[in-house]
Design a protein around this ligand. Structure first.
Ligand code: NAP
Length: 460
């Protein structure tokens, strides 16, 4: 067994780690103490003489060299900001995020000799660092434990109970098995979920799911389960095809499902059922990723990253988005983030007006493309999907050098992309949106950064 404690300094990692190791008869490793031993000098001196970067390099080496089992590890407060560290810390471990409110942390670390990381006052620095680090702690952990009003022994007890009994009481699991069997895609999968949720041997195996209606065709279970085993994570990803996303979220709370990927048609409706929604998702008006941390549900949107990343090296200043639905909203947000002037062209004018006015951009009918001299064209309509051999715009509206990104990803070469290739355009297939949104979603769900090439390979 390897137990890893993460969290801000003052959250109790050191005291809890030492006590927990004793109770579990495991060795205790404090990564900061190992860094000091390697450097032969204290942390304030490392910062003062060599700078924070040198400290982070030492920290990375220490974390990469940790034993894979038989220990409790108290990790430095900033370690999880590096996804490589998260990958090493998570492999084969149970990771606990020890949380505490800012004022408790302030009181606990007042007078510490730790070097400041910013030019802010100690109180302001704690709040600023907590704001940037908390999402990383939430993603990098399996279980969140509030240490704010608990003593060391109480925290240790809570951790030990979780390690041996899981995060949900057995009676609660049994009570909700019918509901999950009902939502499962097949009786075989339903039985598998029951076994997993009731397992005494592996009570900490956590469940993830994609939810949509329909979503049975999704490649996500295959992709995620492969990644989970590759990174040695004790997780299983299933599929909950269900018309009412509120019911799925309710079940996720009761059974402590760790995360949900949300797809059509639930991306907007799910927002009413969550506790916190990040700024990007709120601006786009859609959530495609939900992370459950101890019953608090956080909504994120990674679709816009899937549109933005493949366009990052594209030159040009004017972009056209075809369509005015959810994918178009993510595309407009991404293009504006890249500093482009955006036009929304849509079959139904009122929807084009509604989307354009939300983002302060221009709008028109699909035929307007011919007069716009666009550098980037994004198709966010389903035209060209599957057996549909149509293109949303005629070939003569494309021009050489234009970048054409078709968000439709089945088939990878759509009729629009085939035409664009003939016209000498730069073509980006919809699979690239999938790859980059999945990479960002995996980071939200686990804190681990996956190589896009690996996701591409797994999708073939
Ligand atoms: P949506 O909310 O239903 O919006 C669809 C949009 O397409 C609407 O603006 C609609 O126009 C337009 N449209 C539909 N049929 C059309 C037609 N025959 N001719 C012209 N316009 C038409 O769907 P969405 O969630 O935005 O998704 C749109 C597409 O994006 C999906 O079909 C999918 O292929 C793609 N997508 C890809 C990824 C990826 O990872 N690559 C992720 C998400 C979505 P009206 O307003 O006139 O109805």
């Amino acid at each position: 067994m390897r137990v890893v404690l993460i969290g801000f300094r003052g959250s109790g990692k050191t005291a809890v780690g030492r006590r927990l190791a004793e109770a579990l008869a495991l060795s205790w490793i404090d990564t900061d103490a190992q860094i000091v031993a390697r450097a032969g000098t204290g942390i304030p001196a490392i910062f003062a003489e060599q700078g924070e970067q040198a400290f982070r390099t030492l920290e990375r080496d220490v974390i990469a060299g940790l034993p894979g089992s038989g220990c409790v590890v108290s990790a430095g407060g900033g370690a999880v900001m590096d996804p490589e560290n998260v990958r090493y810390l998570r492999a084969g471990s149970v990771v606990f995020f020890l949380q505490a409110p800012a004022e408790v942390i302030e009181a606990r670390i007042r007078g510490s000799d730790r070097p400041p990381l910013t030019a802010l006052s100690p109180e302001e620095e704690i709040r600023a660092l907590l704001a940037t680090r908390t999402p990383a702690y939430l993603s990098a952990s399996d279980v969140c434990i509030d240490t704010g009003d608990r003593g060391i022994d109480e925290v240790c007890e809570a951790i030990i109970s979780t390690l041996f009994s899981g995060t949900v009481a057995r009676a609660t699991c049994l009570h909700h098995l019918d509901a999950i069997v009902h939502m499962a895609p097949s009786s075989g999968e339903g039985a598998k979920l029951c076994t997993l949720l009731c397992s005494k041997e592996n009570p900490l195996k956590r469940l993830f799911a994609i939810t949509g209606y329909p979503c049975a065709h999704s490649v996500s279970p295959l992709l995620y389960n492969h990644l989970f085993s590759r990174f040695n994570l004790n997780y299983y990803y299933t599929l909950l095809e269900w018309p009412d996303v509120g019911e799925v979220v309710d079940l996720a709370r009761k059974l402590d499902i760790r995360a949900l990927s949300v797809t059509i048609p639930h991306k907007t409706a799910v927002m009413d059922h969550l506790d916190e929604i990040d700024g990007h998702a709120a601006a786009i008006g859609a959530v495609n990723s939900v992370l459950n941390c101890g019953g608090t549900l956080y909504g994120h949107n990674t679709d816009w990253i899937g549109v933005k990343t493949p366009l990052e090296d594209v030159k040009g200043s004017r972009a056209v988005v075809l369509g005015a639905g959810g994918a178009a909203a993510a595309a407009v947000y991404a293009l504006q983030d890249l500093g482009m002037e955006v036009w929304v062209l849509n079959r139904t004018e009122e929807r084009a007006i509604a989307l354009a006015s939300r983002f302060g951009c221009r709008h028109g009918p699909l035929t307007a493309l011919s007069s716009l001299d666009a550098d980037v064209l994004i198709n966010a309509t389903p035209v060209g999907m599957g057996d549909d051999r149509r293109s949303p715009v005629p070939q003569e509206h494309l021009r050489e050098g234009m970048c054409v990104f078709d968000l439709v990803y089945t088939p990878p070469k759509t009729p629009l992309l085939a035409m664009a290739e003939e016209m000498g355009c730069r073509c980006i297939p919809g699979t690239e949106m999938f790859v980059h949104q999945a990479r960002a979603q995996f980071a939200v769900f686990t804190g681990i950064d996956v190589e896009p090439a690996l996701i591409r390979r797994l999708m073939q």
